[in-house]
Design a protein around this ligand. Structure first.
Ligand code: GLU
Length: 452
């Protein structure tokens, strides 16, 4: 049974990068008929805000990325205590008393010697008297997870292929602060175990976290944690996607702030965002696909490339137009101008880049319109058009065929004065579809006024 999760920290709004991660996890779960969990990573009480958690839910709902289960880390502190106790008993956690300044000095010294700034494990050699002295002075420890340097950390990444890390090249991660609060590293692994997560798919900025978390998973399993029913046995499968970059190919500040509000304001449909982000960075073509089931069915981690994926807002605009041209009336009826029915939507849809423009085109139907001034010759032609008009099944086809026959006009000379007289525009929706919407009396009136 596939279980995936999207684990945003409610410290800000979702941006395109997060949305992409959410989408891909949702697709993995839906494709397998599995479970998609929304996990609110709110262990950072200071920076987490309830309004961001609400906004994240609202954005996911707008995008149609429904979740089957919601969890939040702040409600699971007892689990983290239990895992902490298990790791402590297994000798995989140790207390440290260095303050930030001290650590910074150590870092600088290492860098100055041309060494990687890896924590030197000085706290491991503290005696119980040393610790007692710190405690007596009121210094509370923070806690590090003791990495096992014996074996390389290896996994087969669903996107990056075989991965190998030397644990000695990593710092033992701080997992708990001196005030007792939790850092990201251990709670995330505990949650993945408890929630039976089978697939962890996230950005490649998490690759080295995965190396550490694999050791945490393994240590927890070895310590007997997570043996309960419904929890994950063994490691989840990991995959890390290349990051999104801006059009210029650079990590872009703009992308970090571009989210659902901006898209909505610009009239971008959720389906356009989904269609783009579902395939961006893969070898599958990005196309205006409205059929989500088809996108889900074709989703395949093996099609992902290792190079950063370029997010181009112009691509999104193009895709949006392609999506709008296919949207069924029922999907957007509530957002259309009053009185616009399915036939009206069908007529104007091919001319729209955004649904909001429907109102402008609908105004051609409801009127009033302003036609340009015509030459005497065109006026005569338009008067003839009014007399020729027979309101049958397809009045436009009948009218233009009869006028072509009677006047010898064709192409632009035949169609343009009619379009201008009837809509006030040089281009626009299909006239065959527009005429029945405008109605016979109004069509006759517009032709007569233009001919006058
Ligand atoms: N809260 C973490 C983040 O936003 C979750 C990472 C993960 O998927 O484990 O990056």
């Amino acid at each position: 049974m596939t279980t995936t999760r999207f684990a945003p920290s409610p410290t800000g709004r979702l941006h395109v990068g997060n949305i992409r991660t959410a989408l891909h996890n949702w697709m993995l779960a839906r494709q397998a008929g599995g479970t998609f969990i929304l996990r609110i990573d709110d262990t950072d009480a200071e920076r987490s805000r309830e309004e961001y958690a609400s906004a994240i839910r609202a954005d996911l709902q707008w995008l149609g990325l429904t979740w089957d289960r919601e969890e939040r880390q702040s409600a699971r502190l007892d689990r983290y205590e239990a895992a902490f106790a298990a790791l402590l008993a297994a000798g995989r956690i140790y207390p440290c008393y260095e303050d930030t300044q001290e650590l910074e000095v150590k870092r600088k010294i290492a860098l100055g010697r041309g060494l990687p700034p890896i924590y030197d494990r000085a706290a491991l050699s503290l005696s119980s008297e040393d610790r007692a002295r710190f405690e007596a002075a009121g210094t509370r420890p923070h806690w590090r997870f003791l990495l096992d340097h014996a074996e390389p950390i290896m996994w087969h990444d669903g996107i990056r292929g075989p991965q190998k890390f030397d644990a000695a090249q990593l710092s033992d991660p701080v997992i708990r602060r001196a005030d007792g609060s939790w850092l990201y590293m251990m709670p995330s692994a505990v949650d993945d175990i408890d929630m039976g997560v089978t697939q962890v798919l996230r950005g490649e900025d998490h690759v080295s976290n995965t190396a550490v978390q694999i050791q945490i998973f393994t240590a927890l399993n070895a310590a007997g944690y997570g043996a309960a029913e419904g929890t994950a046995k063994g490691l989840p499968a990991f995959a890390h996607e290349a990051l999104l970059v801006g059009r210029e190919g650079k990590l872009s500040k703009r992308l970090g702030s571009l989210g659902c509000d901006a898209f909505r304001e610009r009239g971008i449909e959720p389906e356009a965002i989904i269609a783009l982000l579902a395939r961006l960075g893969t070898s599958q073509p990005v196309e205006p696909i409205v059929d989500r089931a088809a996108l889900v069915a074709g989703f395949d981690l093996s099609t992902f490339g290792r190079a950063p994926a370029k997010f181009d807002e112009e691509d999104l605009e193009r895709l949006n137009a392609g999506i709008v041209h296919q949207l069924p009336y029922e999907a957007i009826a509530a957002r259309l101008p009053v009185g616009m029915d399915a036939a009206g939507w069908h007529a104007v849809r091919p001319n729209l880049a955004h649904v909001g423009e429907a109102a402008d085109w609908w105004q051609l139907v409801t009127g009033p319109i302003t036609a340009p001034a015509f030459t005497d010759e065109d006026k005569a032609f338009l008067a003839q058009a009014e007399q020729t008009l027979v309101w049958g099944d397809n009045p436009w086809a009948a009218l233009t065929a009869a006028l072509k026959e009677a006047t010898g006009r064709k192409g632009k000379a035949l169609f343009l004065p009619l379009r201008q007289a009837l809509t006030g525009m040089d281009h626009g929706p299909d006239m065959g579809e527009l005429l029945p919407l405008i109605g016979e009396a109004e069509v006759r009136g517009r032709l007569a006024r233009a001919a006058a």
